[in-house]
Ligand binder design. Structure first.
Ligand SMILES: [Zn+2]
Length: 365
């Protein structure tokens, strides 16, 4: 009899616990706003995360916080083929929790079948279940033609590629250009992390290279592509390089109905604008809630050997971004010289879109 009662008490407890877990995991939260404590239970996607290792512990760690990944391959660092084989392997194992984007090299620019070879690579990536294609800033900022002139993304050599991408409905993540700070002297840059990056990478600090295309040249070339291919599924990485002004970005959203953006590595620029006018940033995020995807631009690689430190960093960054976007708590922003920025407290329904649904929809191919 005693065993029988114990059995029923246990069953009742298990049932209550699973019910509580189920309701706390639901995307369509009844809540109007999320709290700091809601972070682990709400489904999220880091839609710009460079997963460059076969070590799956970070994926499992992220999953324990209900965070999934979109990992873009990039025409930089490890060879594209190596990145591709890591990504397609992880994709097989983790399915929906790990999406990846293929990419292509541009070394053969000017050769007869340049576009054809790129298309072949894209086809292969999509066959191995890539969720789209990443285009990198080396186009516009590094690649030169036979006369030594910079090649921009609207160069006719790329037209067959964009025609193909548009026709097939393949999602494109375009990191084109750089933040406006890149064209300013170090002491005029608005954020500490930009200052550090361009100090360490002077080859990309365009203020030092007046012969290279201007900031406006980069933006114009990208906008030309959006004009020419209005059906292209295009997301502008890093707030589409218009990170310095939500008004500028709003103008592009109005001009190009298919345009989406990710927040990766540019949340500091929103926070900078928040300091002066928090309502303007908040209104912008709410108005364009269907077109913005959360992303961090963090990475893990074979060199990430300190698991404890690495996961602490990931957790910290995701939490800081969550606090800024979902709550009205103030956070100290090191890149803004330690100034305190109040959170935007976006409605839970908007947070669900930015952190999950928008990426899910955009990258479903
Ligand atoms: Zn990136």
């Amino acid at each position: 009899m005693k065993t029988f009662i114990l059995y029923h008490i246990r069953r009742f407890l298990l049932f209550t616990i699973s019910l509580a877990l189920f309701s706390s995991c639901s995307v369509n939260s009844e809540k109007e706003f999320y709290t700091v404590g809601d972070f682990p239970s709400v489904p999220k996607i880091d839609a710009h995360f460079h997963y460059n290792t076969t070590d799956t512990r970070y994926l499992k760690f992220a999953d324990s916080l209900n965070m999934w990944f979109v990992s873009p391959n990039v025409d930089a660092g490890r060879s594209i083929d190596e990145q591709f084989s890591t990504a397609s392997m992880l994709k097989k194992e983790f399915g929906d929790k790990f999406l990846f984007l293929g990419t292509f090299p541009v070394d053969n620019f000017g050769k007869p079948d340049f576009a054809g070879e790129i298309i072949e690579r894209i086809e292969k990536a999509m066959k191995y279940e890539a969720s789209g294609i990443k285009i990198w800033k080396n186009i516009g900022m590094e690649l030169k033609d036979q006369y030594g002139d910079y090649v921009m993304i609207d160069d006719p050599a790329f037209h067959p590629v964009f025609e193909y991408l548009q026709e097939k409905g393949i999602p494109v993540l375009g990191h084109l250009g750089e933040p406006l700070n890149c064209w300013l002297p170090l002491d005029e840059m608005t954020l500490g992390n930009d200052r550090r990056y361009f100090q360490n990478n002077p080859q990309y600090h365009m203020y030092l290279h007046p012969e290279a295309p201007s900031y406006d040249d980069q933006i114009t070339a990208r906008d030309n592509i959006l004009d020419m291919y209005p059906g292209l599924k295009f997301s502008g990485a890093h707030l589409a390089s218009l990170e310095w002004s939500v008004d500028e970005l709003a103008e592009r959203f109005e001009s190009f109905p298919e345009l989406k953006v990710d927040l990766s590595a540019r949340i500091g620029h929103l926070q900078y604008q928040s300091l002066e006018n928090p309502d303007r940033v908040r209104d912008f995020m709410i108005k364009y809630q269907d077109r913005i995807m959360y992303g961090s631009d963090m990475s893990v690689s074979e060199r990430s050997t300190d698991y404890g430190r690495m996961t602490a960093n990931l957790h910290q960054r995701w939490m800081d971004d969550w606090i800024y976007l979902a709550t009205d708590s103030a956070i100290v922003v090191n890149d803004l010289e330690g100034q305190k920025v109040a959170g935007l407290k976006l409605p839970a329904s908007v947070i669900d879109k930015i952190f999950f649904t928008n990426s899910r929809n955009f990258f479903s191919y």
